[in-house]
Design a protein around this ligand. Structure first.
Ligand code: ARG
Length: 281
């Protein structure tokens, strides 16, 4: 599963290199769908918490097998969405920018994650603006891609730029099914991304086309199983097992896609990436 491979793309030879990641996860012990804050959620339909835990364990084990350092935050009863750790904050340069959730149902998660970051030794910044962490903020190379439209407010993008002193590129999301940036874009490595064009407005699309002319374009079918909601170490890309065309495209480009089935967590509107918060010291 580990590795580094050389692939020929046209006339260019590229190296795909895996780097061990450090991530934070939350076991879905209290997972259920009891409210509706995105179109995927149907509180009237049943959920199976033990199945959610088993599927989550597979993802957890996949990361351990890849040699990742996996940290765990204690789940809290009454916070069923806490499993989606990506929303708990944004962590780079040892600085953890806390989350301030859009909907009251998830608001208590913000302080819970900030307490964890503090205890783990991160420099915690209490947010001044509504934002849902790595759900909407993705680091690619040195640049932060930042989503807005459904959850994170655009003034949180300015806050990010001030805190990290990095370029922040605002991208507006337009499809309520792809309400977080990490449901519409996957970061494959420091230079490469994959995305769903129809999730963005014209301005955002023009930016993506200009900055990432060689991006992997994911189709609606794969996006509709949250295929883009994936986590890459630069070579191994953990994706939804049902995202078959995305899997094929990744192989073609020299990546190693690893499919995981998180169907139960999809009922809450989340996938692989949603369950994963990267910790960058
Ligand atoms: N039910 C959660 C919500 O609507 C799902 C969060 C998914 N997380 C993500 N990073 N996209 O907030």
């Amino acid at each position: 599963m580990f590795g580094c491979v050389r692939v020929r793309l046209g006339t260019v030879t590229t190296n795909r290199t895996a780097t061990k990641r450090s991530v934070l996860m939350c076991r879905p012990e209290f997972f259920t769908v009891s409210y509706r804050i995105n179109p995927w959620m149907h509180p009237e339909e049943p959920t199976d918490t033990s199945l959610a835990v088993r599927q989550w364990e597979t993802l957890y084990q996949t990361y351990l097998d890849l040699g990742f350092d996996v940290q765990l935050i204690e789940p809290i009863d009454g916070l069923p969405d806490m499993v989606y750790a990506a929303n708990g904050g944004f962590v780079i340069d040892n600085i953890a920018y806390g989350a301030d959730f859009t909907y009251p149902e998830r608001q208590p998660e913000g302080p819970a994650y900030m307490d964890w970051f503090r205890e783990a030794g991160f420099d915690v910044r209490v947010p001044e603006n509504i934002n849902e962490g790595e759900g909407d903020f993705l680091l690619v190379g040195g640049v932060i891609l930042a989503g807005t439209g459904f959850r994170s407010a655009s003034n949180s993008h300015e806050e990010l730029a001030t805190i990290y002193g990095r370029e922040v590129v605002t991208l507006e999301l337009v499809n309520p099914s792809f309400y977080h940036l990490d449901t519409a874009i996957a970061i494959l490595d420091d230079e490469n991304i994959a995305y769903l064009p129809s999730a963005f407005n014209e301005t955002g699309l023009a930016i993506l086309r200009e900055r990432f002319p060689d991006a992997v374009i994911v189709n609606e079918e794969d996006a509709s199983v949250l295929g883009l909601n994936s986590f890459s170490d630069g070579y191994n890309v953990v994706i939804a097992s049902r995202a078959k065309d995305f899997e094929r495209q990744l192989k073609e480009r020299g990546y190693n896609p690893i499919g995981v089935d998180l169907s139960e967590l999809l009922l809450g509107g989340g996938g692989v990436k949603c369950c994963t918060l990267e910790l960058r010291r």
